[in-house]
Write a protein that binds this ligand. Structure first.
Ligand code: PRX
Length: 682
C-alpha cells in the first residue's frame, strides 16, 4: 500500500498533464565508419534550418529537384492554414524520379521486385526500363481513358513494380493518384473511389500473400458495384496481370469495362509521353487515412513541396546515396511507401526494393535472405514487424551475411527492449537507427535524429528534423517546457513543404481537426498563429528529444493520473517471455478507469497465472502501483489491422463489454471471438 502512496506523491499531476515514468535510456553513438560516408555531418544544418531562417531554409530541399520553371515565392500564407510552397514553380514528379537520371544512370536498377515465391527470380527494373514502361502506360491513361491533369484515378494494387509504374505514369500527366492499400476490401476501395470522384480504377488480377495466389480482381467488382450505389460510376477498370499474358484470377472480366493492361500495351509500344509541367501547388496524390470518427480523410499532397520534402529527408535522414540498395518493408498503400519507397529514393536515383509478400513467409529468415542476396544496406520497417521477427526468429539474422549501415523504425513508439534487439541482432551493432515519427498528413518525417550528427536514444524519436519545430501544449494551451518531465499534446509550430494541403473536398474538417485547438486567431494569415495539432501525446527531454506516448485518445486516466499506454506496454515487454503488449482502459466506479493488459507470448512460452503475476509486477516496479493492471490477459494473438497495428479499440470494447463494431477489415478477425470468450466467458 505504501507503494501506492509514494508513487502518487511523486507523480501528482494536473488533469491536463500526462505523468511520465520512462527511465532515461543511455545514448548510443554512430560509428566513425557511418559518419565518414554520411550525407550530412555538419551540425550547422540545424542553424540553417532554425526558426529564424524559416521559411527560406527550404530552398536547400527545393534545389535537390529539377524545376521546369523556378519558383518565385517560398511560402504563401494568404490562405492560412492552407499553405502554399514554391509558388510560381513548375515541375514534374515523374521527370524528377526518372528522366533526369537517364543520362548517367539508365542502366542502373531503379526497382528490385522480389516475389513472395522464393523460387521466382528477382526482377530488376532499370531506370531505362522504368522510363519505357511509365511512358507506355501513361499513353494508355491519356489515349484509352482520356485522363488529364487534375483528374483523379483510384489504384487498388498490391506490392508489385507495376504500382510505382502506375503512380509515376499518373504523375507524368499530372493525374492525381489515389492508391488504396491492396489488403483493403472492395467496400473500402469504393468509399475512396466515391470520395475522390474517380472514373477509372487500376488494379491487378492477383498477388501472393502467405503462399496463396489471391484473387484480387474480385474486389474491383465489389468496389464498382458499391461505388455505383453511392452515385459514382467507374467507366473502365484497367487490370495488370501478375503474370503478363496470363489471367490469374477466377473472377471473370466484364466485357467493355475491364481491360488487360498487357493487351492495351501492344498498341503503345515505343510511345513516349512528354511530362506535363505542373504548378508546384498541383495535387500529386491523395492518401486516405482513417479518423477516429467519420469517413476516411483524403490527405491531399502537393507536387513541388511534397517532392522537395521527401527528397530532402531521404537524403538527410535516410542517408540515401545513389549507390545504396534501400529496402523499406512498408506497403506502398501507406504514406511511408509513397514517400520512402517510391518518391524519395527514386528522386535520389537509388535502387529501391519492393517485396510482394509477408516478411515471415515462408519463415523468419526471409527478410535477411533478401537483404543478403541484394546486398541491401539501408533497411526500413515498423516496430510491429520487428516484434514479429523477434518473436519467431530471434537468432535468424545472425545466420546471414548482410550488412546494414542504416535502419529506420516508423509507425508507432518502439519499446526500448525491442529497439535494442533491432540494434543488436538485426543491425549487428553496425547499423545506426533512426526512429522517425510522423503521419500520413505530414508527407515526411517530423522528428528523428540526423544519423551522423545526433546520438540515438532507444524509445525516443529525437528532435525535430531540419525545419520542423515541435512544441508541447497542455490542455489549456500553456507550453510544457522541454525537460520538465511532463507530457502534453505535441504540435508543430511552423508549416513545412511536405505538409498536406487540405483534406480532399473538406477544408472545414482540415481546419477543425488539425488547427482549431491551438489557433491563436482564426482570421490570421500569419503562420505563427497556426500550430499544427498532431494528436499525439509526447514528452520532450532537456536535450530536445521527443518521446511519443501514443495518440492523445490512448492516454489512460487512472484516479486523475494520466498514463501513457506505451509506457505500460513497454514495462510489460521487459518480461522476457512477452512478445507483444497492449493496454486499454476499463471503466471503474471509483478510479474512473483502470488499465487492462493484453499479452502475446513468444513461441514456446506457456501462459500461467504466475506469468500473468510477473507481468503485473513488472508494471508496478517500472511505473508504480497506480498502474497495476486490473487483469493480465495472455491471448493467443493480438487483433491487428492490415498494417500491423494492434487494434486497441477492439480490445477496449471486449474489456468493457461494449459493442466491438466491425472487425472484418482486421488481418485476423477470427482472433476476436477467442479473446471475447476468454475475457467475457462467452
Ligand atoms: O501516433 C503516431 C504514430 O503513428 C501515427 C501516424 O500514423 P499514420 O498516419 O498511419 O502514419 C504512419 C507512418 C508515418 C502518429 O500520429 N507514429 C508514427 N511513427 C511513430 C509513431 N509513434 C511513435 N514513434 C514513431 N516513430
Amino acid at each position: 500500500m505504501s507503494d501506492v502512496k509514494d508513487k502518487a506523491e511523486v507523480t501528482e499531476t494536473s488533469e491536463a498533464e500526462i505523468a511520465v515514468h520512462w527511465a532515461e535510456e543511455e545514448l548510443v553513438y554512430p560509428s566513425a565508419q557511418f559518419i565518414a560516408q554520411a550525407n550530412v555531418t555538419d551540425p550547422a544544418v540545424y542553424d540553417r534550418f532554425s526558426l529564424e531562417n524559416f521559411p527560406n531554409c527550404f530552398k536547400e530541399y527545393a534545389d535537390l529537384l529539377s524545376w521546369d520553371e523556378y519558383w518565385h515565392t517560398m511560402l504563401d500564407t494568404s490562405d492560412a492554414p492552407c499553405f502554399k510552397w514554391f509558388v510560381g514553380g513548375k515541375i514534374n514528379a515523374s521527370y524528377n524520379c526518372i528522366d533526369r537520371h537517364l543520362a548517367k544512370n539508365k542502366n542502373k536498377t531503379a526497382i528490385h521486385f522480389v516475389s513472395e515465391v522464393e523460387s521466382e527470380k528477382v526482377e530488376h527494373v532499370t531506370y531505362q526500363e522504368l522510363y519505357v514502361r511509365v511512358n507506355e502506360f501513361a499513353a494508355i491513361l491519356r489515349d484509352e481513358c482520356g485522363l488529364k491533369a487534375g483528374d483523379r484515378v483510384t489504384l487498388h494494387m498490391p506490392m508489385v513494380a507495376e504500382l510505382p509504374i502506375t503512380m509515376l505514369a499518373c504523375a507524368r500527366l499530372g493525374i492525381i493518384h489515389s492508391q488504396v492499400f491492396g489488403g483493403f476490401s472492395g467496400q473500402a476501395c469504393a468509399d475512396r473511389i466515391v470520395d475522390s470522384g474517380s472514373e477509372y480504377l487500376i488494379t491487378m488480377d492477383a498477388y501472393y500473400r502467405s503462399g496463396q495466389l489471391i484473387d484480387h480482381k474480385e474486389k474491383a467488382d465489389t468496389a464498382l458495384a458499391q461505388a455505383a450505389k453511392e452515385g459514382q460510376n467507374v467507366k473502365k477498370v484497367l487490370v495488370w496481370q501478375r503474370y503478363p499474358g496470363k489471367y490469374s484470377a477466377a473472377t471473370p472480366m466484364v466485357e467493355g469495362r475491364d481491360f488487360f493492361v498487357n493487351d492495351l500495351l501492344k498498341k503503345y509500344y515505343g510511345v513516349r509521353v512528354a511530362p506535363v509541367s505542373m504548378p508546384a501547388e498541383a495535387v500529386l496524390f491523395l492518401m486516405y487515412t482513417s479518423g477516429t470518427t467519420g469517413k476516411p480523410k483524403g490527405a491531399q499532397h502537393s507536387t513541388g513541396g511534397y517532392l522537395a520534402y521527401v527528397t530532402g529527408t531521404s537524403k538527410y535522414i535516410q542517408d540515401i546515396h545513389p549507390e545504396d540498395v534501400y529496402w523499406c518493408m512498408a506497403d506502398i498503400g501507406w504514406i511511408t511507401g509513397h514517400s520512402y519507397i517510391v518518391y524519395g529514393p527514386l528522386a535520389l536515383c537509388a535502387s529501391t526494393v519492393i517485396y510482394e509478400g509477408v516478411p515471415t513467409y515462408p519463415d523468419a529468415g526471409r527478410p535477411w535472405r533478401i537483404a543478403q542476396d541484394l546486398d541491401v544496406n539501408i533497411f526500413h520497417t515498423a516496430p510491429t514487424a520487428i516484434r514479429a521477427l523477434r518473436k519467431i526468429g530471434p537468432d535468424e539474422p545472425a545466420k546471414y551475411t548482410y550488412h546494414f549501415k542504416h535502419m529506420t523504425t516508423v509507425g508507432e513508439p518502439i519499446e526500448p527492449v525491442v529497439w535494442k534487439w533491432y540494434y543488436e541482432f538485426v543491425g549487428k551493432k553496425e547499423a545506426i537507427i533512426v526512429d522517425t515519427w510522423w503521419q500520413t498528413e505530414n508527407g515526411g518525417f517530423l522528428c528523428s535524429t540526423i544519423p551522423a550528427i545526433k546520438p540515438m536514444k532507444p524509445g525516443s524519436a529525437g528532435p525535430g528534423v531540419p525545419g520542423i519545430h515541435p512544441i508541447v501544449y497542455d490542455n489549456d494551451g500553456v507550453v510544457v517546457p522541454s525537460g520538465s518531465g511532463k507530457a502534453g499534446n505535441i504540435c508543430i509550430q511552423n508549416p513545412w513543404p511536405g505538409m498536406f494541403q487540405s483534406i480532399w473536398g473538406d477544408r472545414d474538417r482540415f481546419v477543425k481537426t488539425y488547427f482549431e485547438r491551438y489557433c491563436k486567431d482564426p482570421k490570421s494569415t500569419r503562420w505563427q498563429d497556426w500550430p499544427y495539432l498532431t494528436g499525439d501525446a509526447a514528452v520532450v527531454g532537456a536535450d530536445g528529444y521527443v518521446r511519443i506516448l501514443g495518440r492523445i485518445d490512448d492516454v489512460i486516466n487512472v484516479s486523475g493520473h494520466r498514463l501513457g499506454t506505451k509506457e505500460l506496454e513497454s514495462a510489460a515487454l521487459t518480461v522476457p517471455e512477452v512478445a507483444e503488449a497492449a493496454v486499454v482502459p476499463v471503466k471503474h466506479e471509483i478510479k474512473g478507469v483502470e488499465p487492462d493488459m493484453y499479452i502475446a507470448l513468444k513461441p514456446g512460452m506457456v501462459a500461467s497465472p504466475e506469468l500473468a503475476k510477473k507481468i503485473s509486477m513488472a508494471i508496478v516496479t517500472e511505473i508504480g502501483a497506480i498502474a497495476r493492471p486490473k487483469s493480465v490477459w495472455i491471448v493467443p494473438d493480438m487483433p491487428k489491422t492490415r498494417s500491423g497495428k494492434i487494434m486497441r479499440r477492439v480490445l477496449g470494447a471486449i474489456s468493457n463489454g461494449t459493442d466491438i463494431g466491425d472487425v472484418m477489415t482486421l488481418a485476423n478477425p477470427e482472433i476476436v471471438e477467442a479473446i471475447q470468450k476468454m475475457v467475457q466467458g462467452k
